[in-house]
Design a protein around this ligand. Sequence first.
Ligand SMILES: Cc1cc2nc3c(=O)[nH]c(=O)nc-3n(C[C@H](O)[C@H](O)[C@H](O)COP(=O)(O)O)c2cc1C
Length: 186
Amino acid sequence: MAQKILVLKGSPRRNGNSAALADQAIKGALENGAEVEQFVLDAMKIRPCTACDECRNSKPECVIKDDMQKIYPKIRWANVIILASPIYFFTMSAQMKLCIDRWYALLKTGESVFEGKKIGILLSFGDTDVNSSGAINAIHTFQDMFGYLDCEIAGIVYGSADRPGEITAQKDVMDQAFALGYKLAA
Ligand SMILES: Cc1cc2nc3c(=O)[nH]c(=O)nc-3n(C[C@H](O)[C@H](O)[C@H](O)COP(=O)(O)O)c2cc1C
């Protein structure tokens, strides 16, 4: 059965490095028969969670009427989620974190929206390696978060690059991103 893959791009740079990794993963996924939906979070109006807890009451989902209302049904639809983010100040981008905080509205007692989903993580950073860049902090956060949500992180791909799209010259990293998308489609 074709896997349903939701890709969330967390960079403001449409032609940036994490977007290039995401596009490679999408290419791999499509080649292996997946259905793919993607959002560029920076292009969307997403407000921070206000902790109003209305989602814990009778309301069906989050009461904030912004572009998260387009993403919620796609989270429910997907059995795979791919997150692509640049590293900003030693962790994921604010665009990505804003969106993820709003997933709180999907964590209701008796529901298991996330349970069993597979996850792919794609990260780009300017520093030389996963530790000095702070990518390791984002990875730890994703590990804690997806452990809590009962999701399996099926693969993490990262690379060092600074100028927009520079990462496309790194064949090994691009191949890894393609392979992750291909694998997640199966
Ligand atoms: C606001 C800002 C903060 C950044 N912070 C870091 C950082 O903490 N560590 C790092 O290695 N690179 C940092 N960078 C560099 C980006 O992670 C790097 O350019 C990355 O490839 C950008 O990905 P993108 O092209 O997908 O936006 C920062 C860049 C910006 C604009």
